[in-house]
Design a protein around this ligand. Structure first.
Ligand code: CMC
Length: 377
């Protein structure tokens, strides 16, 4: 087979999937053929995860059983909470969750079982417990008593309940749920590729998800939503946004929340999030934040839209999460909760038809170099 080099693997097809489809030119994203806007408007996160893991929507009783399977796993295994409470309080939540998802494997009697039913079981465990781990860590670091999960609540509601110690309003719970739906899967993005690549060695679900969390953390990937919020905080007013953006572009800095390897038109997730952000910002007295975002978008449209650079999913999710009341460093962890749906589904898909990922590299160094003894270097 002829070898070609594509920096950043751009344009390389490295796997097959039936989970999500993206048309980057037309700005289309579908999960199992259903447009993302339809799911954001009518589905729930739990139903969307069922869809991704089973490649069809559940019947009513199937959804109820799936929700029950998740809810009975909200509690942490014995000993996990103590482990969490021994972490440094100033640790960053992304480091915490990467470590604690990895630690969950030690509470699994058969962590290396890679048959499909076992992988599904592990996927349920990781998805159900990640919000508990994050909320417990947050309560611990702010010196507040832990709030045990409530199995009568959805993942979105329960996460906000455990984090804040009070039930979220219906609007906030719904907004959180929509964010989880919008972030659940997205083709062979870097973290999903990481998960599939680890799984292709026949490692295990925990290792695959741990690797994916490490990948998602980066500011060019899921970490961008926190970068957007930092930027919004740095810009003192709507009027200051233009100069801020143009100065950054002149320095060849990236504007967080813009651009995408695949989308060369408006990211359909960002379209939905923009509407949500505007609504929440106006409901919560944060309209100035939304207005700043809108101004940044206008400046970027004049400055760089010709290059195919538009807001991506992270841009308006920052304002949305802020309005929901999430602490800044919980933005990317929320992306983790959502994307576990995608990662776990891809891991299962990978194991259904596995071949080891092992790309080649173009060696550009010297050859035949004589070894120099340390005394002569
Ligand atoms: N701000 C300013 N210029 C940009 C941006 C941006 N955000 N993104 C791309 N460009 C420019 C870039 O400077 C380059 O210009 P030129 O051709 O003149 O040198 C051109 O567009 C191509 O950029 P690239 O970095 O080679 O494109 P890529 O496909 O490797 O990168 C990206 C995609 C997402 C890493 C990049 O757009 C970026 O760094 N964006 C900011 C970080 C961000 O928002 N990441 C979230 C991505 S979406 C959700 C997720 O994956 O988590």
């Amino acid at each position: 087979m002829g070898k070609t080099y594509s920096k950043g693997l751009e344009g390389v097809i490295a796997a097959e999937t039936k989970m999500s489809f993206i048309d980057g030119e037309k700005g289309v994203l579908e999960y199992v053929g259903i447009p993302i806007g339809e799911l954001a408007s009518h589905s729930t996160f739990e139903e969307t995860v069922f869809l991704l893991w089973n490649l069809r929507l559940p019947k009513k009783d199937e959804l109820a059983r799936f929700q029950a399977e998740l809810r009975k796993r909200y509690e942490l295994p014995a000993g996990m909470a103590q482990r969490l409470l021994s972490l440094p309080r100033d640790a960053k939540p992304m480091h915490v969750i990467r470590t604690m998802v990895s630690a969950l494997s030690m509470h699994d009697l058969n962590p290396d079982a890679n048959d499909i039913p076992s992988l599904r079981e592990k996927a349920l465990n990781i998805l159900a417990r990640t919000p508990t781990l994050l909320a417990y860590f947050h309560r611990y670091r702010i010196g507040m008593p832990l709030v045990a999960p409530d199995p009568s609540l959805s993942i979105a509601e329960n996460f906000l309940y455990m984090l804040n110690g009070e039930r979220p309003t219906e609007t906030m719970a719904k907004a959180m749920d929509v964010c989880l739906v919008l972030h659940a899967d997205h083709g062979l993005n870097n973290s999903t590729f990481s998960a599939r690549s680890v799984m292709s060695t026949q490692s295990d679900m925990y290792s695959a998800v741990t690797a994916a969390i490490g990948s998602l953390k980066g500011p060019l990937h899921g970490g961008a939503n926190e970068g957007v919020m930092v930027m919004l905080n740095e810009i003192p007013s709507v009027d200051a946004a233009e100069k801020y953006v143009l100065d950054k572009l002149a320095r060849k800095d990236k504007i967080m929340g813009f651009g995408h390897r695949i989308y060369k038109s408006y990211d359909p997730r960002a379209k939905h999030l923009q509407v949500l952000a505007r609504q929440l910002a106006s409901d919560t007295g944060n309209i100035a934040l939304y207005d700043k975002s809108k101004r940044i978008e206008e400046v970027m449209a004049t400055a760089v839209a010709a290059k195919g650079i538009y807001p991506n999913v992270d841009f308006y999710s920052a304002t949305t999460y802020h309005c929901i009341g999430l602490p800044l460093d919980m933005f990317t962890p929320v992306f983790v909760i959502a994307r576990i749906g995608g990662w776990a589904g891809h891991v299962i898909e990978q194991m259904g038809d596995n071949r080891l990922f092992r790309p080649d590299v173009d060696y550009t160094g010297p050859h035949g170099v004589a070894y120099t003894p340390v005394t002569k270097r």
